[in-house]
Write a protein that binds this ligand. Structure first.
Ligand code: ZN
Length: 138
């Protein structure tokens, strides 16, 4: 009898610092997502969230989520990306603190991430197997 594995779902909310952000997959053409964007993040009081295009493959989706989470971490950490210069060491210090807090505060994201990384590794292993190369000697 086959065991049914439950796939952790992408959580609908994330804590970043002391701020709650929604996390949603949206279709291409969603008016909230810029025309050619794969992801976007917002941090107005009334609209704090991350949108991810729903057609990305597993690995690329993770990369885009990470990209957007990093923008949000930078906002929370007052790491101004465009205006004032900030030293690399200060960026790394703030990101280290905030990403640690991120993992502590988002256990459902951790479960989804762990599952997603396994899936990406499996897909990568499969594509390695199908590559046109001889099998390794035992
Ligand atoms: Zn960006």
């Amino acid at each position: 009898m086959a065991t049914v594995k439950r796939h952790p779902r992408l959580p609908g909310k994330l804590w970043i610092g002391t701020y709650e952000f929604y996390l949603k997959r949206v279709h291409r053409g969603d008016p909230r997502l810029e025309a050619d964007a794969e992801g976007m993040s917002f941090w107005e009081d009334s609209n704090r969230g991350i949108l991810i295009l729903d057609t990305l493959d597993t690995r690329h989706e993770l990369e885009v989520i990470w990209h957007e989470v990093t923008h949000c971490v930078n906002w929370v950490g007052d790491i101004d990306e465009d205006e004032k210069p900030i030293e690399g060491e200060d960026i790394a210090e703030k990101q280290g603190v905030l990403f640690t807090q991120f993992f502590l505060d988002n256990p459902r994201f951790e479960a989804w991430l762990s599952f997603t990384l396994k899936r990406i590794r499996q897909e990568r292993a499969k594509s390695d197997d199908s590559a046109d190369k001889p099998a390794e000697a035992a």
